[in-house]
Design a protein around this ligand. Structure first.
Ligand SMILES: [Zn+2]
Length: 279
């Protein structure tokens, strides 16, 4: 206490006025988006976020795209990433679904938990204008089931919210920041014009979020997940022989030592940087 008193006295003595600014902690919340890897994504702040959904592109009948995707974060991965589920989106072979089945069949807790984390979950992507930063133009809002359900109810009760002339903004209130305790509450605002019609042409092509990667690309990104296991290093444990090393013929190329390729960022990376899993 005495120390603080001395410092204050010295600062005041320097010129008679306080020679420093005052930090308003509330600005840091708004600045969080600055650190997102891709500013095209809108990260909802705690509190109110007023957004305007852009209308669907020509030929579409809805302003969002719905995607079933796996979230992958295996041991040793610094951060996870998303993979569109080929089985649920296109009825094609999905190597992540196959990996989930394999892990579940192994019957131990660790693999089962990993499998559970990888189950495909639904997400939606839409072009919106952040009314707080309209100068940034259209941005991508990624959202899950709770936001989607409220949005659908607003559409049913109040009509086409994304019409540029007769639509309306929507206030999304975010409460909490954790994976488990974050909640969203949507409230329609009064009817208003979209504003700049050029935004419609500037919108992101949402179909890219539903793009299905090749099995090779997915395996490359998954790294260890598809490499033959090395139980001696990872699990010096009591696994019965035969459970440890399911042969993965398609994974053989991954096992060869090869120079690490520079990571190629994808949409899924960007999304995961911006939106924590479970969002
Ligand atoms: Zn799948």
């Amino acid at each position: 206490m005495a120390q603080q008193g001395i410092q204050k006295t010295q600062a005041q003595q320097a010129s008679g006025v306080v020679q420093y600014g005052k930090y308003d902690p509330s600005v840091s919340q708004e600045e969080q988006g600055f650190f997102a890897s891709d500013l095209d994504f809108l990260k909802l702040s705690v509190g109110d976020n007023v957004v305007r959904f852009l209308p669907p592109p020509v030929g579409w009948d809805r302003p969002y795209v719905l995607v079933k995707q796996h979230f992958i974060q295996a041991d040793g991965m610094e951060k996870g990433f998303s993979v569109v589920c080929a089985r649920q989106m296109a009825r094609e072979r999905c190597i992540i679904c196959e990996k989930i089945s394999e892990f579940k069949a192994m019957g131990n807790d660790i693999q089962y938990q990993l499998a559970e984390k990888m189950f495909a979950r639904a997400r939606a992507f839409a072009n919106v204008i952040d009314r707080r930063n309209p100068e940034l133009g259209p941005r991508i809002l990624a959202f899950g089931k709770t936001v989607f359900e409220q949005l659908s109810k607003i559409a049913a009760d109040n009509g086409d919210y994304c019409d540029p002339e007769t639509g309306f903004d929507i206030n999304i209130t975010r409460v909490g920041t954790g994976q488990q305790d974050t909640k969203y509450f949507l409230i329609p605002r009064g009817s208003s014009l979209l504003g700049d019609l050029n935004w419609i042409a500037e919108a992101t092509d949402l179909s890219k979020f539903a793009k299905i990667d090749s099995a090779e690309e997915i395996m490359r990104r998954c790294g260890d997940l598809f490499a033959p296991r090395q139980p001696a290093r990872r699990m010096p444990g009591p696994f019965p022989p035969g459970r440890q090393l399911p042969a993965q013929p398609q994974a053989q190329p991954q096992a060869q030592p090869q120079p690490r390729q520079p990571a190629q960022r994808t949409v899924a990376d960007d999304m995961n940087d911006t939106f924590p899993k479970g969002y």
